[in-house]
Design a protein around this ligand. Structure first.
Ligand code: HEC
Length: 114
C-alpha cells in the first residue's frame, strides 16, 4: 500500500499554503486534532529510531534490519512500531498514534525500489 499522495500533499502544503492537509504546523508533541507536521514526524524519527536505524534506515545498529529493503506492509509497520519487537522498543504511550502512522509512511521513502 503506497500513500504517495500524502507525502506530496504535505510537501505541497509546506510550500504553497498551510491551509491544505489540515495545516499541521504544530510542532508540539501534545495530541491534538491537527495531524502531526512532516517536521515533527521527522524529528520523532530522529529521536526515537535513527539510533538503531540511522537517518536513511540503513545503519543496522543493535541488529536492526535495513529499512530501505524492508518489505513489511503499512499496517504491519504501524503495529511493529507501536508494540515493538525483540530489542526494538515499543512506542505506544511514547508517540501518539498519528505520529506513529506518520513515521510508518515516512520510512517508506527510504525504499529504493519505489
Ligand atoms: C534499540 C534499537 C531500535 C530502535 C530505537 C528502533 N528499532 Fe526498529 N528494529 C530494531 C530491531 C532489532 C528490529 C528487528 C526486530 C525483529 O524482527 O526481531 C527492528 C525492526 C524494525 C522494522 C521492521 C523491518 C522489517 O522489515 O522487518 C521497522 C519498520 C522498524 N524497526 C522501524 C522503527 C521505527 C520507525 C523506529 C522508531 C520509532 C524504530 N524502528 C526504533 C531496532 C530498533
Amino acid at each position: 500500500m503506497r500513500k504517495v499522495h500524502w507525502i506530496w500533499c504535505a510537501a505541497a502544503a509546506a510550500v504553497v499554503s498551510l491551509s491544505q492537509c489540515g495545516g499541521g504546523e504544530h510542532d508540539s508533541p501534545t495530541p491534538s486534532a491537527a495531524p502531526p507536521s512532516e517536521a515533527s514526524i521527522k524529528r520523532a524519527y530522529t529521536m526515537k529510531c535513527s539510533l538503531c536505524h540511522g537517518s536513511d534506515g540503513k545503519l543496522m545498529a543493535s541488529k536492526a534490519p535495513d529499512l530501505s529493503t524492508s518489505t513489511l506492509d503499512f499496517e504491519s509497520r504501524v503495529a511493529l512500531i507501536t508494540y515493538g519487537k525483540g530489542t526494538m522498543p515499543p512506542q505506544k504511550g511514547i508517540l501518539d498514534a498519528a505520529t506513529i502512522r506518520g513515521i510508518a509512511r515516512y520510512i517508506e521513502t527510504f525504499r529504493e525500489d519505489q
